[in-house]
Design a protein around this ligand. Structure first.
Ligand SMILES: NC(=O)c1ccc[n+]([C@@H]2O[C@H](COP(=O)([O-])OP(=O)(O)OC[C@H]3O[C@@H](n4cnc5c(N)ncnc54)[C@H](O)[C@@H]3O)[C@@H](O)[C@H]2O)c1
Ligand SMILES: [Zn+2]
Length: 366
């Protein structure tokens, strides 16, 4: 097993550690054991991940002396529903999970969000840990304590800030992930470079092949640095009053595209890669970002993530969609814009005509 140095998410008494390694998944059992050596454990997972990794985690928990059971969800976004949440509560009760019990969320962001929400509300909150198995979940959703389900009125509309007690990210698990999911997850990775760390952007450029091939050393470095950046941002602003908003780089436009195209057309990361490409163009057209920097970032996005070119979607509908963004305040849309590699600002005074022009540069009329 490769060494896995832990990253601390500093949140006072809610602080916790993220261990990034290769072949370290089963150390989730020792984490559980440290939290409570007597705990019953509900391993929440989905059918794909459960099949691949469920048994070995259960075996590790068993070896550590824990009574543990697997709670299987359907794979896919539909599992972030009121119905699936109620099933999780019932499963916890059915297996006799008490207030000292522990939930382990083994899977992607869907499992993490649903299991975290279920843990946060079952018996007014039981401890949970995250064992993320997608790039997106390892670099983003497992860290920060936002947990939610979808309701008909919108995505992630019912949720909590509820921090896990620890996160175990094993980059070897990423090797079974479909390539499309890998590339989509890397959009969030490029995002961290753009908003925070020019050197990291350089690393991504120089090691793109190794990263796409998920070579353990490169994958661990990428996950680790991403988590460090997210931890730093979240540690400064747990509940998104200020700094945490920079994590929305590419997201206002990306969400608008997800909506306009119809949910499920694009993976979240694909829409965000597109949103970042548009935001970069907008930043450059506003004279905030040098042309060479814009080219460089767009090139990296194409290589690591791929930038979709939506066809048959009206640019006006996308711009219209940004006004419905959850984070718009009093009708003003916040745009996170790039000032350089590794530096962004939040602006709410951007002329919609300019946004539209930038969007038009990234859709095809076909
Ligand atoms: N809480 C947050 O801060 C936050 C941040 C970003 C996104 N999210 C949420 O995350 C969700 C998306 O997460 P996701 O992209 O991880 O999708 P996902 O959980 O749906 O996983 C994608 C697919 O990959 C499969 N899979 C997962 N791990 C695998 C592995 N190791 N090998 C093979 N297959 C595997 C899953 O079964 C699923 O079919 C969305 O609901 C989004 O709202 C939450
Ligand atoms: Zn995102």
């Amino acid at each position: 097993m490769a060494e896995s140095a832990a990253i601390r998410v500093e949140l006072g008494e809610r602080s916790y550690e993220v261990a990034v390694g290769s072949g370290n998944m089963e150390t989730a059992a020792s984490l559980v054991h440290r939290l409570n050596p007597e705990a019953r454990v509900a391993v929440v997972t989905d059918e794909n991940v459960g099949e691949l990794y469920g048994e070995s985690l259960l075996a590790a928990l068993d070896a550590a002396g824990h009574e543990a059971g697997m709670v299987m969800m359907d794979a896919g976004e539909e599992s972030k529903s009121v119905h699936a949440l109620a099933e999780l509560w019932d499963s916890f009760a059915g297996m006799g999970l008490d207030r000292k019990g522990i939930v382990a969320a083994l899977g992607g962001g869907v499992v993490g969000d649903a299991a975290g929400f279920a843990a946060g509300t079952y018996m007014r909150g039981v401890d949970y840990i995250q064992v993320p198995t997608t790039v997106l979940a390892q670099v983003d959703s497992s860290v920060g304590g936002k947990v939610a389900i979808n309701i008909p009125a919108g995505k992630n509309m019912a949720g909590l800030f509820y921090q896990p007690k620890g996160v175990i990210a094993d980059v070897l698990t990423l090797r079974t992930l479909p390539q499309r999911e890998v590339k989509a997850g890397l959009a969030e990775v490029v995002k961290y470079g753009i908003i925070w760390d020019a050197d990291f952007l350089g690393y991504l450029e120089e090691n793109a092949e190794a990263i796409l091939a998920l070579e353990p050393e490169a994958a661990a470095k990428v996950v680790r640095r991403s988590v460090e950046i997210k931890a730093e941002v979240v540690g400064n602003d747990e509940t998104e009053q200020g700094l945490r908003r920079i994590l929305n780089f590419g997201h206002t436009l990306g969400h608008a595209l997800e909506n306009a195209a119809g949910y499920g057309t694009y993976l979240h990361g694909e829409a965000v890669a597109w949103g970042m490409a548009v935001a970069v163009r907008l930043s450059s057209e506003l004279g905030m970002l040098a042309y060479e920097d814009a080219e460089r970032i767009t090139g990296l996005l194409s290589k690591l993530c791929g930038i979709p070119t939506p066809a048959g979607i009206d640019a006006g509908a996308i711009v219209e969609g940004t006004r419905r963004d959850k984070k718009a305040m009093a009708g003003r849309v916040n745009y996170v814009l790039a000032e350089g590699a590794g530096r962004v600002v939040v602006r709410n005074d951007i002329d919609e005509a300019l946004v539209r022009k930038a969007v038009e540069g990234h859709v095809s009329r076909g």
